[in-house]
Design a protein around this ligand. Structure first.
Ligand SMILES: NC(=O)c1ccc[n+]([C@@H]2O[C@H](COP(=O)([O-])OP(=O)(O)OC[C@H]3O[C@@H](n4cnc5c(N)ncnc54)[C@H](OP(=O)(O)O)[C@@H]3O)[C@@H](O)[C@H]2O)c1
Length: 195
């Protein structure tokens, strides 16, 4: 789909007010990772989730609702559709990739730049953008994210996609909450922040 980017042009931003003062360019959205990982950092197997944890899906929905979500093309294929109430931006090196209700970006940086501008639905926030996987996208996002909301699932599962431990010298725990799924495993939701 064709997407029109609204907002100021570069020349608008360079124009100085008549009193000669400079206005700083607006900061971009906060970049937040949302991930669920089992023991050993497993996040996926065979391009799917190797667990069924409805409570975490609900947490994901609540957390991301009203925001842009950025995902790799493979994660999108595993979901199969744009998620309601959110702006779905899919990263692919294929410039011709399209899917109804999605926007396409050629890199994580391009996806963030897109999310910083109002999209087709003006009710979607441009203040915070959620990077939601998979492994390849997380690897790129970990260096630029300021927040990571990590569900640690106390489960031993085999997998072929992983999310690393966050470096405690960089990331601090902002909040954490312990839960037990009706289906069995304990899980902990940790909200990490860094400056
Ligand atoms: N537990 C969780 O929280 C969670 C969340 C999400 C996903 N997952 C799991 O993670 C697994 C998928 O992860 P994955 O690493 O295989 O795939 P992915 O990150 O979802 O997607 C990879 C694809 O994204 C595109 N891409 C990645 N980096 C790019 C870059 N720098 N520039 C342009 N395009 C780029 C490429 O698409 P093209 O090939 O089209 O160029 C690449 O093939 C699945 O098992 C899924 O279930 C788990």
């Amino acid at each position: 789909m064709t997407h029109r980017i609204h907002g100021e042009t570069a020349s608008d931003m360079n124009d100085s007010p008549e009193d000669g003062s400079q206005t700083a360019p607006a900061a971009g959205p906060r970049i937040t990772i949302v991930v669920a990982r089992a023991r050993g950092g497993v996040i996926g197997a065979g391009n799917g989730l190797p667990w069924h944890l409805p409570e975490d899906l609900k947490h994901f929905r609540t957390t991301t609702m009203g925001h842009a979500i950025v995902m790799g093309r493979k994660t999108f294929e595993s979901i199969g559709k744009a998620l309601p109430g959110r702006r779905t931006i899919v990263v692919s090196r294929n410039p011709h990739w399209t899917h109804a209700g999605c926007e396409n970006a050629s890199s994580l940086e391009a996806a963030i730049a897109l999310a910083a501008q109002p999209g087709p639905d003006p009710s979607i926030s441009t203040e915070e953008v959620f990077v939601v996987g998979g492994e390849q996208l997380f690897r790129d996002a970990i260096g630029i994210a300021k927040r990571a909301i990590v569900t640690e699932i106390d489960l031993e599962v085999a997998g072929d996609a992983h999310f690393p431990e966050l470096d405690p010298r960089q990331w601090r725990v902002h909040s954490r909450s312990e839960h037990r799924s009706a289906r069995g495993p304990h899980y902990t939701i940790i909200d990490y922040r860094r400056d």
